[in-house]
Design a protein around this ligand. Structure first.
Ligand code: ADP
Ligand code: ZN
Length: 222
């Protein structure tokens, strides 16, 4: 084992690739915090915090939240001595090249261990997102084909399970276009840094999880 077994990871993938679910599982497995910028914005908006309300206006349209706003919200956690000092799974950040450059800067001297791209074709994610339902409280993800046991009440926390405001077909299309244009360039950025691993995101969730754990474990052992 190397110095740390608590990895610093970024998860990339199209909307609906299963990023959120896998990020939660990886965070449990490795005992590090799971940081989802989407969840952070939704929580801030629910609390009526101005930054969150502003972010929500972009999110509901299927647009990316502007870089300065994203960076202002996330950066505090990433600074040395902050809550993410001992490893993390970043889910949804960075999403643009300027955000990736900013992340490199703020991590100064404590680089990422690995960036995992969860690879799923567009047609598959479209089908998945259209049926996606999410718990309002704990953000647990369900699907119309795999609902909670009781009438759209969350199995984990009793919260209300519903379709997200930005999971409409038009918004999904826009988000996938943004992914191609804005997020794919950061894949090259990390490939150049030799930090990229591509994991096949098709198939059983448990299998995908095992693939990811294996690749992370190999990486942090080196
Ligand atoms: P999904 O992966 O399905 O898009 P998320 O919860 O990760 O779900 O993000 C929801 C929305 O939040 C995005 O469509 C975008 O508007 C906004 N968002 C989240 N993270 C970022 C980011 N790093 N940069 C810009 N916008 C972001
Ligand atoms: Zn819940």
């Amino acid at each position: 084992m190397g110095d740390h077994v608590q990895p610093r990871l970024v998860l990339l993938g199209k909307q609906g690739a299963g990023k959120g679910t896998q990020a939660t599982r990886l965070a449990d497995h490795f005992g590090v915090p799971h940081v989802s910028t989407g969840d952070m914005f939704r929580a801030l908006a629910a609390q009526g915090v101005e930054a969150g309300l502003e972010a929500k206006r972009y999110m509901d349209e299927g647009d990316l939240v502007p870089d300065d706003l994203v960076i202002a919200v996330v950066e505090g956690c990433l600074e040395p001595g902050g809550p993410l000092d001992d490893g993390f799974i970043l889910d949804g950040f960075p999403r643009t090249l300027p955000q990736a450059v900013e992340l490199d800067r703020v991590l100064d001297g404590r680089p990422l261990d690995l960036v995992i791209e969860l690879d799923v074709p567009r047609a598959v994610v479209l089908e998945r997102i259209a049926g996606r339902r999410v718990c309002e409280q704990c953000q647990r993800v369900y699907h119309v084909d795999m609902p909670p046991q009781l009438d759209w009440v969350c199995d984990s926390c009793g919260g209300k399970v519903r379709q997200r405001d930005d999971d409409t077909e038009a918004a999904i299309d826009r988000r996938l276009d943004h992914y191609e244009r804005r997020t794919v360039p950061i894949i090259d950025h990390y490939r150049t840094q030799s930090r990229l691993a591509v994991v096949d995101g098709i198939g059983d969730g448990d299998d995908v999880f095992e693939r990811m754990v294996k690749i992370v474990t190999e990486r942090i052992r080196d």
